[in-house]
Design a protein around this ligand. Sequence first.
Ligand code: 2AM
Length: 496
Amino acid sequence: ATGDIGLIGLAVMGQNLILNMNDKGFTVVAYNRTTSKVDHFLANEAKGTKIQGAHSIPELIAKLKKPRKIILLVKAGSAVDDFIDQLIQGGLEPGDIVIDGGNSHYPDSIRRTQTLEAKGFLFVGSGVSGGEEGARHGPSLMPGGSPAAWPAIQPIFQKTAAQAYGEPCCDWVGETGSGHYVKMVHNGKYNLFPGIEYGDMQLIAEAYDILKRGLGLAEDEIADIFLKWNKGVLDSFLIDITANILKFKDDDGEPVVSKILDKAGQKGTGKWTAIAALDAGTAVTLIGEAVFARCLSAIKEERIRASKVMDGPKKEPFRGDKQLFIDDLEQALYASKIISYTQGFMLMRETAKELNWNLNYAGIAKMWRGGCIIKSVFLKDITDAYVKNPKLESLLFDDFFSRAIRTAQPGWRRVIAQAVLWGIPTPAFSTALAFFDGYRSEVVPANLLQAQRDYFGAHTFRVLPGKENDKFKLGEDIHVNWTGRGGNVSASTYNT
Ligand code: 2AM
């Protein structure tokens, strides 16, 4: 056998990934359910390459070096399980590795890891991001599953992946379904669950709104500001394309962007990250606000009616120094972005805790650095933070980011204050600042919430350390008879 790796599923993604791996020097064996596609592929796209074909699963297995590595790039769901069964029946041997590179939901990958490991095989569920173009020239790859599989697949994966800042956009993510989970949290173009990208896009849109409606700048001027930002800490794919979009003119010379109906679409999937955050009990507020901002944009007709009956503040011309304000806005965008990623990593940390995963956070940031929509210099700094301290509690505890937030803070506050005075909504900027102010507060008013809950529902509370006495004992569930009626019954039906 001479095959380094097998690939099942010859749709465009599969074909491109095969051609990519072939370019990187690996011998790939291709198989597809409809075997005529194998012949077509060999006779056309794969002509003149080292790529081999197989017309049955046993033939595929026979052509692979041991331990065998087989990537599935087929429709998520039962097709993956079908092929896993066929591979086992077709002669897979203990130690062989089945890799699912499709868009599987992570609980399925958890299950498949357990099933295959119980039979002596290894399983990897890998997020593949970057679309067809990425698959052909360098995707972002996020493999997780059986840790023993990583040394065997590492050379192929890291050579096939996109390279950014001299390193592959691929590293081992963690156990069981963590690869597909991380892909869900990250979300590139072809991913199922947009999340962080939603936040980044909303922040940029709010900056645009402030520059346009607040400062009264034209699209060309705003584009130049974004181009300048793209040379600094905000350097990223999304800032870059935003500058290009703002400069793009229709035939009549008007910017195309100003002709676009302000109703944002969602593939109905953006909400999943927010739902995952709510399920995990994690305050991923920025992505949540980004989703809600799209919802509010979608009710255009109702907004038109509301705009006729409800006035905001009278528009005052901006009296401050415009350039200083624009610099403040850059800082506001930067600080908010730090919060968004802080929240994203908090969500991952919560899930990892719950599912007993040891996530490779530095590796995760690294994978996102290239070959995907949110690629940015910023992610390099995140990688560095987690390389320095793999157990970092939160990005905000890292020296680099805590200093960055400290520097950005005054400008961030000035921008939001000014937007409030203008009546320009900044849900993402504002929720980021509210999160920051809450996170850095030793005391928040949840004492009152607890009192209210105990008052109306006898839900009990705990005493603040230092305030304990005979009635209020540290660590005990306490109920107070607030009204003099109702006795001392505590509700035990819900907690927190
Ligand atoms: P096909 O060419 O035989 O349809 C994307 O649809 C890829 O997934 C294709 O390679 C397709 O194979 C494969 N695929 C989709 N559903 C499948 C199923 N139920 N069983 C096997 N392969 C399937």
